[in-house]
Write a protein that binds this ligand. Structure first.
Ligand code: PLP
Length: 376
């Protein structure tokens, strides 16, 4: 195992953490030696490698999952005054990306069993002002959105998937998340299944969308960085962000992608070990990620007496978390509050247990035993 994985404490002390394969530091060293830090050859190689892994013609790499969402919304022409249906049960980044475009979040319920917003929950939240729906593939679950797509066909409503948790997961038909659908966004942040340090990607469905995303990630300039290096001037023809993926980050991602199958199987095995241990604990509901087809990114449960369990485990040095505090209850999003009883209920009961590929089945059992103790 790589020295890069040296730990300060026991693996179960951390809720999530990156997993390295040992070649990342050399890959970064090569980029540093080249002196080319910005967008460049290595970034484009990473984009081609992602496209080939997902089985799609094109992928646009960006600086983070949040900017991927922001750019995807802009590519779908979502703007001020438009409504975007989004689960309240997601990382605040999803909602901030919507707000950054000037659009209004319309919070939707989740299915407590999966923590995902499916076709029923989306349908309930649609209004005449809906311009996009932005479901989140919680924990890596490859939510089936085919009914939503059918219902929205012919209406001017984009379906953008927040697949920050779902890199590598497959749908029932065997296709990877990102291989189908309209616009899919991934995050390669520090604790995601594949990490670039920071990074993200958009999978566009058309060449035109890809081109719009490419311009927007680099300040709205028409010329590619390679063209710009050779020309005397450049043209800015629309809005833009500073949201390209640096070569340093892309180099890390390229190494990580070469090892993704090992990581995926380690995550599935750990999830199943937890499942075995948790099934005899009364009052504990394990959130279903559809482990046979997905690459689980976290392990969430619903439990009674959450405050007590959280502090008891934390005081034993176990890295518990809550994913997520519902967004419709956040002060920043109060203008779009509406009553969401299921989300509010699981928002009080949800706990995530330490989950990352450095953990063994033995580590998982330590966590399960501590949880059983706290619930007694
Ligand atoms: C991590 C995450 C994001 C944001 O990605 P960053 O790379 O951190 O910007 C968005 N949505 C969800 C559900 C996430 O977990």
């Amino acid at each position: 195992m790589s020295d890069l994985n040296r730990l300060a404490g026991a693996p179960y002390a951390q809720n999530a953490r990156p997993f390295f394969h040992g070649e990342e530091a050399d890959a970064v060293g090569e980029v540093m030696a080249s002196g080319q830090f910005g967008h460049g050859e290595v970034t484009e190689e990473f984009e081609r490698a992602l496209a080939s892994y997902l089985g799609v013609p094109d992928v646009v790499a960006v600086a983070s999952g949040t900017t991927a969402l922001q750019i995807a919304l802009a590519v779908a022409s979502v703007g001020p005054g438009d409504e975007v249906v989004v689960p309240s049960m997601t990382f605040c980044a999803t909602v901030q990306a919507i707000c950054a475009t000037g659009a209004l979040p319309r919070f939707a319920e989740v299915d407590p069993r999966t923590m995902c917003t499916g076709s029923d929950e989306i349908e309930e939240a649609l209004t005449p002002r809906t311009r996009a729906v932005l479901p989140v593939l919680y924990g890596g679950r490859a939510v089936d959105l085919s009914r939503t797509r059918d219902e929205l066909a012919g209406r001017d409503v984009a379906v953008i998937e927040d697949a920050a948790h779902a890199f590598g997961s497959r749908r029932a038909d065997g296709q990877r998340v990102g291989a189908t659908g309209e616009l899919t966004c991934f995050s390669f942040g520090p604790i995601k299944t594949l990490t670039c340090g920071q990074g993200g990607a958009i999978v566009p469905r058309t060449e035109e969308d890809a081109e719009r995303a490419r311009r927007m990630r680099l300040l709205g300039m028409i010329e590619s960085p390679v063209q710009r290096a050779r020309s005397i001037s450049y043209t800015v023809d629309g809005p833009g962000l500073r949201a390209h993926l640096s070569q340093i980050n892309a180099a890390i991602g390229l190494v990580q992608l070469r090892h993704i199958d090992e990581v995926a199987s380690a995550r599935r095995i750990l999830w199943t070990q937890y499942e075995q241990g948790l099934k005899d604990l009364p009052g504990v509901d394990l959130v279903d990620v559809g482990v046979s087809a997905s690459v689980p990114s976290m392990l969430a449960i619903h439990i009674p007496h959450r405050e007590h369990v959280f502090t008891t485990l934390r005081d034993q040095g176990i890295g518990v978390g809550t994913h997520y505090p519902p967004n419709h209850l956040q002060p920043a999003f109060a203008p779009w509050h509406r009553s969401l009883p299921l989300t509010e209920r699981i928002g009080r009961r949800n706990l995530t247990l330490p989950f990352h590929p450095l953990m063994s089945g033995h580590d998982a059992q330590i966590v399960v035993d501590a949880l059983a103790g706290a619930l007694r």
